[in-house]
Write a protein that binds this ligand. Sequence first.
Ligand SMILES: NC(=O)c1ccc[n+]([C@@H]2O[C@H](COP(=O)([O-])OP(=O)(O)OC[C@H]3O[C@@H](n4cnc5c(N)ncnc54)[C@H](O)[C@@H]3O)[C@@H](O)[C@H]2O)c1
Length: 367
Amino acid sequence: MARDHRTVLVTGGAGFVGSHLATMLKRDRDGARVIAFDNLKRRGSELALARLAAAGVEFVHGDVRAAADLAEVGAFDLLVDCSAEPSVHAGYDGGAEYLVDTNLGGTARCLDAARRHGADVLFLSTSRVYPIAGLRGLPLERRGDRLDLAPDAAGTGWTHAGVARDFPLEGARSLYGATKLASELLVHEYGAMYGLRTVVNRCGVLTGPWQMGKVDQGFFVLWAARHLYGGPLAYMGFGGEGLQVRDILHVADLYDLLARQLAALDRHAGRTYNVGGGRELSLSLRELSVLCGAAAGTDRTIGGVADTAPADVPWYVTDAGEVRAAAEWMPQRRLDAILEEVFRWLTDQRSLLEPILGMSGGHRTRG
Ligand SMILES: NC(=O)c1ccc[n+]([C@@H]2O[C@H](COP(=O)([O-])OP(=O)(O)OC[C@H]3O[C@@H](n4cnc5c(N)ncnc54)[C@H](O)[C@@H]3O)[C@@H](O)[C@H]2O)c1
């Protein structure tokens, strides 16, 4: 049954994705209450508060690990869950508690709240649910300035077009990926047991202005910022040549997809999709350096660190064919337009952003 979604709760609503989705949901839902709920753990999330207020989004300071914080929000009829510790490298230093409690426990608390109010649920999952060994096992070869698959190569759940939803799930995937996959299972169970309408979108790399890129997450913005503001950059892992590849998706294109899913929720309920920009929006770090150098007017020599971090994968391109067909959706924003927008934002907001994204924000980038 269609619902109006007059009260929308966006957890992680001061984060990069959450703040964009909250302001766009508010823009497109006349008279609706949109609540951004966040504990401001991520450095830079506090900068979203002024944007949220200007857009008419209410902010609630709270923690998804605390059921009482979520109860204080009151009733809502749509939950968009964007709260997370989003780094695939989190936990490797031995501190897994925050990651597991937020990414898995927090999902459970959010689902409990959604169940109490009979709310619909959009859950943002990740391409990192796919195992590290499986992705490292793809038959990649160097093609120009990137690693790539041969055009006719194919296997279970992957082709030249990218990694599809049915890529095999057996194997270790990082605690980040594991908490997200476990959360997906919970989302489906709450859907089946309590009749909630839920959609899971497994996203590849998302980007756009207001992403507080850091060494271990948000490489596209950090790479651009370091070219513009200065600050160290290094190609890390896989021989240190910068040949590793990702596809990117602009957060506004993600929003367009979610809006389509919400408009036809009965059709999408219970589904899991792989979501990303796809091959046309893919690039290697080395290729990104060329684009950033041109945009910043610099010609930097970037060194390499050959050692590969345990969770790194050399290539991930999303095969989003399934969701493109199901939602009649196509990303509209191209690579050059996204880069131009990010550089314009970095230039306009330099005094605000340089302390976070420049020299002091970390010293190397994993990509
Ligand atoms: N950015 C990407 O490339 C990407 C890719 C795939 C999936 N995702 C998923 O999208 C979602 C949003 O990611 P993002 O890039 O906006 O990250 P982000 O770090 O910018 O936003 C997450 C927000 O959650 C908040 N938060 C963290 N712990 C919390 C807690 N215990 N209680 C309440 N709030 C808490 C943080 O302060 C932050 O504002 C995450 O679920 C992430 O896993 C992101």
